[in-house]
Design a protein around this ligand. Structure first.
Ligand SMILES: O=C(O)CCC(=O)C(=O)O
Ligand SMILES: [Fe+2]
Length: 364
């Protein structure tokens, strides 16, 4: 019997900050990493005022006039930052019903000729006009800095959960650490045409860890368990949903599981759902498959109890074992946003879209 799951565990981060309760937290974390790949994290170090403030901004950044959104459209940016309109992406052949902004943690463009093209991926964000959403940029950056710190602190706990030497995961972050992480503000409107309720289709995340803030009370996010059933991950105020990206899954020889997930649109006639995912990155030049972490045979054995499970509906980001992570990300971005690729990565664009610009990208 495969160890299956029918709900996503809730872990209290404050337990990890007290030496008496830390072992219990680490035990729960090990179970969640190996058998579920998703967890809720409560009582984190991210200030509640900043969480509430970014949630408050969600409707407002989408309520600005269309021309203000188009002024910061993603096609302007070789870094794939900026605004994407509703229906710009396909996942598994179906249109995703979502509108979004992509932002990065602060980063100065460092590309110079001779570097691999993926070095162009990191650079400044495009921010909506300050006069239309006063304080948004400053608040969002303050929020991102705290989630980034949480993501690195959380990596320490993963090392403990897998009995790795302290800081064993640091090698993936590069030295000196020179990283840019990505975050999005996403709006899922209730569908107008009820033939599809796909907010975003089944996929895996890239990178290491995702910290998702569900910014409205809607049902929508679902994860796929080992027998292929879709399990609701209902919003719990004051928590983050943490999940494993394909890079971390590959780095841990599949011990930490990247779990297939999707979002269902809100019910017709209801209000829009909002979410804010933060995607923790690793160094662009690192090919995850080149590094072997010193897992003990006892730890590796734990994944046997998970069983093989069925084939999940998601298929993307299988290349982390073979290519530098920057290249894996670039390929993913080019496929999702062909209009950006046509302008800024013409050679890759031709490779993936030899027949020219499609109406939509195919995320996966
Ligand atoms: O909006 C959500 O709850 C999840 C979004 C997501 O999975 C993604 O953008 O990768
Ligand atoms: Fe995702």
């Amino acid at each position: 019997m495969a160890a299956n799951f029918s709900s996503v565990p809730i872990l209290d981060y404050s337990l990890s900050r007290n030496p008496d309760t830390r072992p219990e937290f680490v035990r729960q974390l090990r179970h969640a990493l190996i058998y579920v790949g998703f967890l809720y994290l409560s009582n984190t170090t991210v200030a509640r005022e900043d969480i509430d403030a970014v949630i408050d901004y969600c409707p407002r950044v989408f309520d600005i006039p269309d021309e203000a959104k188009l002024k910061v459209r993603m096609a302007n940016s070789p870094h794939f930052f900026g605004y994407s309109k509703l229906g710009a992406e396909l996942t598994k052949g179906q249109t995703d019903q979502r509108e979004q902004y992509d932002f990065g943690t602060p980063y100065e463009y460092q590309y110079h000729p001779g570097q691999p093209e993926y070095a162009k991926l990191w650079g400044p964000s495009q921010w909506p006009d300050e006069a239309l959403v006063p304080g948004f940029k400053e608040t969002f950056l303050r929020y991102l800095a705290q989630v980034e710190q949480l993501s690195f602190d959380f990596s320490r706990l993963i090392e403990e959960a897998f009995e790795l030497p302290p800081r064993a995961l640091d090698r993936f972050f590069g030295s000196p650490r020179n990283l840019q992480h990505r975050a999005k503000v996403v709006k899922y409107p209730p569908p107008v045409d009820t033939s599809s309720d796909q907010g975003v289709g089944p996929h895996f995340d890239g990178g290491f860890l995702t910290f998702l803030l569900q910014a409205s009370p809607h049902r929508g996010l679902q994860v796929q368990n080992l027998s292929g059933e879709w399990i609701d991950v209902l919003p719990i105020p004051g928590t983050f949903v943490v999940n494993i990206g394909k890079a971390l899954e590959t780095a841990t020889e599949d011990l930490a599981k990247a779990t297939s997930h999707r979002v269902i649109s809100p019910e017709p006639g209801s209000t829009p759902r909002y979410s804010i995912p933060f995607f923790q990155n690793i160094a662009q030049e690192v090919c995850v498959g080149d590094w072997e972490l010193p897992f003990s045979p006892e730890i590796l054995k734990l994944k046997e109890a998970r069983g093989k499970g069925g084939v999940p509906d998601s298929i993307n980001y299988a290349e982390y074992g073979l290519l530098p992570s920057g290249q894996v990300t670039l390929i993913g971005r080019v496929k999702s946003h062909p209009d950006v690729a046509e302008r800024h990565y013409p050679d890759l664009f031709k490779r993936f879209f030899p027949r020219g610009l499609p109406a939509q990208g195919f995320a996966y």
